[in-house]
Design a protein around this ligand. Structure first.
Ligand SMILES: Nc1nc2c(ncn2[C@@H]2O[C@H](COP(=O)(O)O)[C@@H](O)[C@H]2O)c(=O)[nH]1
Ligand SMILES: [Mn+2]
Ligand SMILES: [Mn+2]
Length: 483
């Protein structure tokens, strides 16, 4: 097991596990942490998993871990690994089961003071309009042909049906649609799960949350995003539901034979992978992109439902109840990107698992209105603490594969949280603090208690201190809907 003395301090926010630490490593591990967060990370297997990731064929120096890291399936949540497209591998475990789990932020012109008398109704309306819970089915029951269209079109499927605006799509990563998705590479079982779950929130860590924009740190960026202190905003955290989960399950199993076929040595079976340029690797990427498009469409439909809830509650009560899209960004995804390595452009597959793309200024991938500033980054904290809006930087392009943190990150396992925290008590405490709660189950709520997560402000201070993101705004929750 790795010890503190094996890790080299670069500065107060950056540490390194050298590639010489273990003989099978092909890259170093760069950690964006304070000493306190680093010591805490030694309590689970996240650093061992990052070291294992540094052995993947074609991995490019360095593997990166973020301050919100914690142990995941084969690869740490909060991890980023780039592999060369020419001779590297793609690994489903390094992208995650909830393919394109991500966050969308919508903002309003509704002042909190005016909204206060209606917040309880708003929580109920959001709960009614946005179906949630384990395995819940939604109002869109798709034929197999329509599901294939969702896989190919992503959020554009919603635009064609009047359930999205051009602005929504423009302010979504990749315009809400990844090229190269192929529903023919998705199993029948995954399609059966996906057909009825579109437009649903799910359960557990997924949520809809009304926040107040509490403090602005970067007035220019906040203005471009339409964020004004004291107004309401809405966060949506959700992914590809049972559809993406089944796709990951299928390929984690199927690719075991590719590992043998291509003679890949793995320190952990859970890091199962296939060469990017192999039939097996290409099939996984095509299926993964189908799930990513499903998730973009899913968050779009949830945003549409949330707008209906806002209209029902606020029409005639406030002057303007419209929710405009700020941005939508994935935090579990594999993307083919070109990065500058040793002064030259290199095409790599960037695996981000529990890490957010955070492109700096000037990238054509960004919508015109944000291009001179950098990409908005959305960092939820917990239902009882702050959440953050950040922005990508030039440093993130140089130091972290254009990536930054994605949340606070867990400190308590679900099991421990359920044992230590009473859901009813937590709900009462939150309600007393003016946070309206709707939850599918009290034990589910306990698993998601603020105490189950790290301090999001400390995580954000770390990425800001390291320069791999900049602060734009801090949000405070006032109503939360959990499945
Ligand atoms: N604002 C809120 N943030 C929350 C809530 N529940 C969890 N979280 C944060 O989201 C990230 C998402 O991470 P994931 O790996 O589970 O996708 C997590 O780390 C928490 O910090 C909530 O109810 N509201
Ligand atoms: Mn998820
Ligand atoms: Mn997530």
């Amino acid at each position: 097991m790795i010890r503190l003395q094996d890790i080299r301090k670069v500065n107060d926010y950056e540490w390194e596990i050298p590639a010489t630490y273990r003989s099978d490593m092909r890259a170093s591990v760069r950690l964006f942490v304070t000493r306190r967060l680093l010591e805490a990370s030694l309590e689970d297997l996240s650093l061992e998993q990052a070291i294992n990731a540094a052995t993947l064929p074609g991995v490019v120096d360095p593997v990166v871990v973020m301050p919100d890291m914690h142990q995941g399936y084969g690869f740490p949540i909060g991890g980023v690994a780039a592999t060369r497209v020419s001779d590297g591998v793609v690994s489903p475990g390094a992208i995650g089961y909830d393919i394109n789990c991500g966050v969308r932020l919508l903002a309003s012109q509704i002042p909190y003071e005016q909204a206060l008398p209606y917040l309880d109704n708003l929580a109920s309306a959001l709960n009614r309009y946005c179906p949630s819970g384990v395995g819940t089915e939604g109002e869109y029951r798709l034929s197999h042909e329509e599901l294939d269209q969702v896989c190919r079109l992503g959020a554009r499927w919603a635009l064609k049906r009047g359930l999205a605006s051009e602005e929504d799509l423009r302010r979504t990563e990749e315009g809400g649609c990844l090229e190269g998705a192929d529903p023919n590479k998705v199993s029948h079982k995954a399609k059966e799960r996906g057909r009825t779950q579109l437009g649903t929130l799910g359960a557990g860590n997924h949520f809809l949350e009304v926040d107040v924009i509490e403090q602005i740190f970067d007035p220019e960026a906040a203005q471009a995003m339409g964020l004004q202190e004291g107004n309401l905003a809405l966060l949506i955290h959700c992914g590809s539901r049972g559809f993406g989960h089944q796709i990951c399950t299928d390929y984690v199993q199927d690719l075991q034979s590719a590992v043998k076929k291509y003679g890949i040595h793995l320190p952990d079976r859970e890091l199962v992978c296939a060469p990017i340029n192999s039939p097996e690797g290409r099939d996984y990427l095509a299926a993964m992109r189908a799930a990513a498009n499903y998730a973009f469409c899913n968050r779009q439909l949830l945003a549409h439902a949330a707008r209906r809830a806002f209209e029902e509650v606020f029409a005639g009560k406030v002057r303007n109840w419209h929710l405009h899209q700020v941005y939508d960004i994935a935090h579990n995804m594999g993307k083919i990107e070109t990065h500058i390595v040793n002064g030259k452009p290199l095409k790599v597959c960037v695996h981000r698992k529990g890490a957010t793309r955070a492109f700096g200024p000037g990238f054509p991938e960004l919508p015109e209105e944000y291009r001179h500033l950098g990409q908005p980054v959305l960092v939820p904290g917990s239902m009882g603490t702050a959440s953050w809006v950040l922005i990508g930087t030039e440093t993130s392009m140089q130091r972290s594969w254009g990536s930054t943190c994605h949340g606070a990150g867990r400190v308590l396992s679900r099991h421990k949280a359920k044992k230590e925290i009473r859901g009813e008590r937590l709900r009462d405490e939150l309600e007393k603090r003016g946070i309206h709660v709707r939850a599918g189950s009290m034990s589910g709520l306990a698993e998601e208690a603020p105490q189950a997560y790290k301090d999001v402000d400390e995580v954000v201070e770390t990425v800001a201190g390291a320069g791999i993101a900049r602060k734009v705004a801090r949000l405070r929750p006032v109503a939360v809907i959990k499945g």
